[in-house]
Design a protein around this ligand. Structure first.
Ligand code: PLP
Length: 449
C-alpha cells in the first residue's frame, strides 16, 4: 500500500521557518534540537497534525505520550471541560476541599495494582510526582538512599534529576543534584554490560542485575538499612523503549522485600493504556508501594501529576509537602474522564499490538541497520545501529530516518541514543496505523538499506 498522505516539502515552508527563527529568539534554548524536528504545529485533529504551512501529518508521537486520546482532545473530554468550566477550574485544592480530587483519588486507588489501602498526592507534572515519591520514602522510612537504573528518566528538577540517567546532557553543569542515588544496570535484553542476549536468556540477565544490586551495592557499597526505595520505569521510555524480561519486577520486588526497600513504579510515560494495560507494571504482575503518574492522565488538556502510595507511608504532618495547583478541579475531572475513555480503548490497543509486531519485526530481519525492534501495545521502539554484528549505535542514521518520515508525512520522536519511538494516540484506527507504518517502513528503507 502506497502512503496516501499528501505532504508538500513540508516544514521548510516559509511560515514554519519564520516561527522557528522567532522561537529561538524568544524561547530558552534548552529544549529543542534545531537539527531534528522542524515541525511547527498549528492544530491537530484525531491522529493528524497540521503545520502552519498547511501540511498534514499522521502522528506517531502523541505529544510525548500525553495526547493518548488524540488532538486537540477527545470529544468527551471537550464536553467535560466545558461543563466543568461552568463550575470550577482552580479551587485551591491544597488549602480548600473539593469533591473532584477525592473522586479521582478514589478511582486511582481502585485501579492501581495492590490489594492494600492507598492514598494520592496531586501535583502538576511527572518530575513533581517523583519528587513527592522521594519525600514520602524519606519521611516514612527514615532511609535516605534510592536505587535507580541506568537508562532511566524521571524528570529534571534537582531530586528527580538525580534519579535520571538516560543522557549525560541532562545533568551537564548541574551538579550538585540531590545526593544519595545509586544507579545500577537495567535488564536491557539487547544491550547490557554482560553482553547477555536477554531475549534468549532472560532469567540469566535478571539474575545478573539482582546479583549486582545485592553483591556490589547492598553488600559492599552501602547498607541496605539506609536504602529507602528502588525506582524504575516498567519500560524505559526516554532511555529507548526498553522492555525488561517478564520476570524482572517480581524478582526485583522479592529481593527488595528482603531488605524492607520500597518499590516506586514510574508510569509517567507508559501509564494510561499505552502498553495495552492501564499501567505497564500490570504486564509484570507486580504491585509497587508507590506509583507515579502524569503526562496522559489528564487527556492532553491540563497538566497533572499524581503519586499513588500505600496509605501507611503517608506524610505525618500537614504542610510538609504541597503545591499550588495540586487537586485542581478541572484537571481532576478531566483525568477521571480520561481513565474512563482509556478503559474502553484497551482492547483496541491490544489488537493493534499485533499489527505493529507484524509490520515492524520483519524490518530487523531485512535491514542490517535495524538492530532491535521491541514493543507492547502501542509503545514501540526501533534501535538503529551501524550493523547487527557490532551493535554500534548509529544516531545519525536514526535522525535521518525521523527526518525522512517527517517529509513523507509521519511524526516520530527519537529516544535513547539511537532509537526511534512509535507511539500513536490510542484512538488510532487500524487504517491510520497501517498508513503510518507504511510511511515508517518507507523511511527506514530509503535511508538505511
Ligand atoms: C518516565 C518519566 N518520568 C518522569 C518524567 C518527567 O515528567 P515531566 O516532564 O512531566 O516532569 C518523564 C518525562 O518524559 C518520564 O518519561
Amino acid at each position: 500500500m502506497k502512503p496516501k498522505v499528501e505532504v508538500k516539502p513540508g516544514s521548510n515552508g516559509s511560515k514554519s521557518k519564520y516561527w522557528i527563527e522567532e522561537h529561538f529568539k524568544y524561547i530558552a534554548l534548552s529544549t529543542h534540537d534545531p537539527e531534528n524536528l522542524p515541525l511547527v504545529i498549528e492544530k491537530g485533529e484525531g491522529v493528524w497534525l497540521y503545520d502552519v504551512d498547511g501540511n498534514k501529518y499522521i502522528d506517531f508521537s502523541s505529544g510525548i505520550s500525553v495526547c493518548n486520546l488524540g488532538y486537540p482532545t477527545h470529544p468527551e473530554i471537550k464536553k467535560t471541560v466545558l461543563e466543568q468550566l461552568e463550575k470550577l477550574a482552580h479551587g485551591a485544592g491544597t488549602d480548600f476541599f473539593n469533591p473532584y480530587q477525592v473522586e479521582l483519588a478514589k478511582k486511582l486507588v481502585s485501579i492501581t495494582p495492590g490489594e492494600f489501602a492507598k492514598k494520592v498526592f496531586f501535583s502538576n507534572s511527572g518530575t513533581e510526582a517523583n519528587e513527592a515519591a522521594v519525600k514520602l520514602v524519606r519521611q516514612a522510612t527514615g532511609r535516605k538512599i534510592i536505587i535507580a537504573f541506568y537508562g532511566g528518566f524521571h524528570g529534571r528538577t534537582m531530586g528527580s534529576l538525580a534519579l535520571t540517567a538516560s543522557k549525560n546532557v541532562q545533568k551537564k553543569g548541574m551538579f550538585p543534584w540531590m545526593p544519595g542515588v545509586i544507579h545500577v544496570p537495567y535488564p536491557n535484553p539487547y544491550r547490557n554490560p554482560w553482553h547477555i542476549d536477554g531475549y534468549e536468556q532472560p532469567l540469566e540477565l535478571v539474575n545478573r542485575v539482582l546479583e549486582f544490586i545485592e553483591e556490589y551495592v547492598l553488600d559492599k557499597l552501602i547498607s541496605p538499612e539506609d536504602v529507602g526505595a528502588v525506582i524504575a520505569e516498567p519500560i524505559q521510555g526516554e532511555g529507548g523503549y526498553v522492555i525488561p524480561p517478564k520476570m524482572f519486577f517480581t524478582e526485583l520486588k522479592k529481593t527488595m522485600d528482603k531488605y524492607g526497600i520500597l518499590f516506586i513504579d514510574d508510569e509517567v510515560q507508559m501509564g494510561l493504556g499505552r502498553t495495552g494495560k492501564m499501567f505497564a507494571i500490570e504486564h509484570f504482575n507486580t504491585a509497587p508501594e508507590i506509583m507515579t503518574l502524569a503526562k496522559a492522565l489528564s487527556g492532553g488538556v491540563v497538566p497533572i501529576g499524581a503519586t499513588v502510595f500505600r496509605s501507611d507511608l503517608d506524610f505525618k504532618q500537614p504542610g510538609v509537602h504541597s503545591n499550588t495547583f495540586g487537586g485542581h478541579a478541572l484537571a481532576c475531572v478531566v483525568a477521571l474522564k480520561t481513565i474512563e475513555i482509556v478503559e474502553k480503548l484497551l482492547p483496541r490497543v491490544q489488537k493493534l499490538e499485533k499489527l505493529f509486531n507484524d509490520e515492524l519485526r520483519p524490518l530487523r530481519e531485512k535491514i542490517d541497520k535495524v538492530g532491535d525492534v521491541r514493543g507492547l501495545g502501542l509503545a514501540w521502539g526501533v534501535e538503529i545501529v551501524f550493523d547487527k554484528k557490532s551493535k554500534k549505535p548509529d544516531p545519525q542514521t536514526r535522525n535521518k530516518i525521523i527526518k525522512s518520515a517527517l517529509e513523507k508525512g509521519l511524526v516520530l520522536l527519537p529516544c535513547g541514543k539511537n532509537s526511534i519511538r512509535l507511539i500513536p494516540p490510542l484512538v488510532i484506527s487500524e487504517e491510520e496505523a497501517k498508513l503510518g507504518l507504511e510511511i515508517f517502513k518507507d523511511a527506514v528503507l530509503s535511508v538505511a538499506r
